[in-house]
Design a binder for this molecule. Sequence first.
Ligand code: GRF
Length: 203
Amino acid sequence: MKLKLAVLGSGSGSNMQSIVDAIEAGTLDAEIVCVLADVPDAKILERAAKHGLPGRYVSCAPFKTKLDGEAEQEYIRIMKEAGADTVVLAGFMRIVKPGLLAAFPNRVLNIHPALLPAFPGLHSWKQALDYGTKVAGCTVHFVDAGTDSGPIIVQKCVPVEEGDTPETLHARIQVQEHIAFPEALRHLAAGRLRIEGRRVIIG
Ligand code: GRF
């Protein structure tokens, strides 16, 4: 069934771009019904405008690191009014709380720049580099009440190369993110995802 996506972001929006590209190429049965940013000049809003998608900044004040309280209610109201059935966290740098999860049960997806459960939290590519792992990657997962802890849908690996900097490693991971997110959404749109405990069965 055609997905009605609400995309939430804080930054560049390259992951949203990969989803837009897949929709425009006809390889993902979805429509982006709203794009919301918690940063007024986030590039994700520019990208949305360029593709004629309804995008807007919505403040999350007074909270700095989470979406909660009245701001959470406002986000939910806007997404519901836009007809969203699925929430895509595409570089949204806040913790979402149970209120939003309850409004979209098992329909909130996030992309994380590490092979979870390794390196949750911030700057995960740098954490991998500092730790000295030989592989890194990304994870698309359903969001639950924890941080980067929900059931995993898709993961992609990349090698860590000699001489990598946080920037070069993140750039290599992002190439895979742009494949992984549309892939996960394609499974969701086709009704192929079933959550069994911690596991997501793709069938
Ligand atoms: C990505 O690395 C994603 O994994 C993380 O935030 C970054 C967002 O990048 N959650 P973009 O805004 O989609 O370009």
